[in-house]
Design a protein around this ligand. Sequence first.
Ligand code: NZQ
Ligand code: ZN
Length: 381
Amino acid sequence: MDKFTYSYPTKVYFSAGCAAQALKQELPKTGKTVLLAYGGGSVKKNGVYDELTALLAQAGKEIVEFSGIMPNPTYAKVQEGARLVRERGVDFILAVGGGSVVDCCKVVSAQAMLDEDIWDMQYRSGKFPTAGIPMGAVVTASGTGAEMNAGAVITYEEKQWKGPILGTAASFAVLDPDYTASVPPMQVLSGAFDTLSHAMETYLGNSDADNVSDDVALAIMRNTVVNMRRLLVDINDMQARGNLMWDSAMAENGILKVGRLTDFQAHQIEHQLGAYTDCNHGQGLAVIHPAYYRHILKDAEAKFTRFAREVFGADSAQAGLEALTAFIRECGLPTRLSELKSKVEITPEVLRKVADTCNIIQCNPRPLEREEIYEILMECL
Ligand code: NZQ
Ligand code: ZN
């Protein structure tokens, strides 16, 4: 194990119907004016909005609505939210949605307390926020684990950049599997694949010493695969949805990263692909992972062999990669970039830009050159 300090700020409420219990316990601790933040309207169709607004009203809160947070939330949307928080004197933010809503709110929370532009502060001055408007997260689509960390992934359209901005972690998270019942099947599976990716990317960082975190990561991967397969049989299996919801939180609440370095090169490539195409995050990862792993298989053969055995019951590193590729097909996830929904045609020129601008990780099995990232992307076309 590498040296570590572990502490966590997010209290988690998990169960069917737990929003009422959570909000009754948590809202008395917050100020009167609550920013109720959500996405494109799914919460209004599935009853979550009505349930939460009733609980907020019962608690005597004044609601300020912040709606229309899009998948792959933009920097402009963050600034709109931060202006609203300042203008309306918001005391508390309740983010209701998937990773996009939660991420947008984390940065809204921090930006609202700052005079300077948060992107400039982090990327030009190398400083990070130290305060934020308190927030809670009600998860309606699982996969990213965004509800249990302070890092957000934001698309800055003018800069053709998608990447991390540090914001505020939610002080509590509501995980009710029933809230995910209305998520479209492809989003359920792409979200779960994102969870699998987080665990794989963490496990493949180049820490080679024995590490209990690796055992936990492999258990999360195995559980994610088992429960995705249960959903392929019955997409409404709520027990499986619940398992995946906690797998998702576990993969990004820091536990798997304790005492080790992480990889996350596939994520860096996918994020920049998202900056140019606005593609779905989990689907982008499903396309990129097999190609990336073909390139680094020999650089981490022992780890891939263990992954093969423990996650897919396969007997070699190569067989494990084949099993992962077959699993992606079995789930009906995309296997080529041309299958992704994209705002532009995905051409070699676009992929060159992605390869030229994505972050390059130094603590993966082998740091890649930009030319090799371009090759990987071209193999996915
Ligand atoms: O906007 P609405 O109408 O709510 O529809 C959303 C959206 O279209 C829909 N949805 C959510 N809950 C629903 C529902 N539809 C029906 N019923 C419900 N209960 O699902 C669609 C996708 O939502 P989104 O939040 O975009 O998905 P996801 O949770 O996969 O989040 C993706 C974003 O998170 C970032 C990604 O890059 C991407 O921007 N990530 C955040 C991470 C983090 N903070 O730790 C880590 C990840 O690696 C990832 O990068
Ligand atoms: Zn992810």
